[in-house]
Design a protein around this ligand. Structure first.
Ligand code: C5P
Length: 308
């Protein structure tokens, strides 16, 4: 039987917010041990792969100019790694439609890498199992595994070791996207510096937060959100304090810096509150743009052309 090679494959990958992010001490390999609760959000990137004569990357969307299209883009390495395993050349064009803020602490680069793994697996008919993709994902970056899996999960190690977390219902978020990005390694280094010269408060354990997620109760969840990287992000970009304050004044239940920032994520009551808070925040002039999202959503998956 002849196998049909698709002309292209399109994949959707979610962004993430860390509901709880406890950062341990610096490890000898330059990473920090994490204990984090991730939630996948509906703000997503879409990646399309199609056969080409050589590996090429194209980026679309309002932030396209700030995304590299050369081998420094994580999708490039992702394509090379899948091709190497398949014993072929990575002769594909990868088109990234960016919906996730660039350098925003929402795993946009990791989402694109995860999408590339799933898309090439489908385009080349490799039939790689989850564990194969997980193995490559862990080598690409700390958040790539979570972008593959989606939903809500507890991450340990660098953040790449995941166990699913029970989360009931849908949580609603408003995201304040800053004018400039923050570099993840710079934020971790700033936290090391702050810890060397005092000890910024650390988040406790995640037990109560996991309970609130299981109950599906945003009011119980709101005061339990916590992020050890927040003090470092605020130290590098003090204007984020104003953004966080403005979101709560606009009616959010709570606000945190998402991952290494600078995106601020505000938990709100419901869809209606999301619209109200987002309108209020847009008018407050404390960020570049505002988006509404909900979570948890599934991980990286092929978009069914009939349903997109
Ligand atoms: O894994 P990823 O490439 O996304 O990480 C980017 C940088 O963030 C790392 O080089 C490291 O400086 C920092 N990092 C860390 N500890 C982690 C994850 C990331 O120090 N667990």
């Amino acid at each position: 039987m002849l196998s049909v090679v698709p002309a292209s494959v399109t994949v959707r990958a979610p962004s993430k917010v860390n509901l709880h992010l406890a950062v341990g001490d610096l490890r000898p390999d330059g990473y920090h041990d994490l204990r984090t609760v991730f939630q996948a959000l509906s703000l997503h990137d879409q990646v399309t792969v199609a056969p080409a004569d050589t590996l090429r990357v194209e980026v679309r969307g309002p932030d396209a100019a700030s995304v590299p299209t050369d081998s420094s883009n994580l999708v490039w390495r992702a394509a090379e790694m899948v091709a190497e395993r398949a014993g072929r050349t990575p002769d594909v064009e990868i088109t990234i439609d960016k919906g996730i803020p660039v350098a925003g602490g929402m795993a946009g680069g990791s989402a694109d890498a995860a999408a590339t793994l799933v898309a090439l697996d489908a385009l080349w008919g490799l039939g790689a199992g989850r564990s194969d993709l997980d193995e490559i994902a862990a080598q690409l970056g700390s958040d790539v595994n979570f972008c593959l899996h989606g939903n809500t999960a507890l991450g340990t190690g660098r953040g790449e070791q995941l166990v699913p977390v029970l989360s009931r219902g849908t949580f609603h978020w408003v995201l304040a996207i800053a004018k400039d990005g923050l570099s993840t390694p710079v934020v971790f280094r700033e936290l090391d510096r702050l810890r060397a010269s005092g000890d910024p408060q650390r988040v406790g354990d995640a037990d109560e937060l996991l309970h609130a997620l299981g109950a599906g109760d945003p009011h119980a969840l709101a005061p339990l959100l916590g992020n050890d990287l927040q003090s470092a992000a605020l130290s590098l970009n003090p204007a984020l304090r104003r953004t966080l304050r403005a979101g709560v004044e606009a009616g959010a239940l709570a606000g945190i810096v998402s991952g290494s920032g600078p995106t601020c994520a505000f938990l709100v009551d419901d869809q209606r509150a999301a619209v109200e808070v987002s309108a209020e925040l847009s008018g407050a002039g404390v960020c570049r743009t505002v988006r509404i999202a909900s979570g948890p959503v599934p991980g990286t998956r092929v978009v069914d052309p009939a349903r997109s």
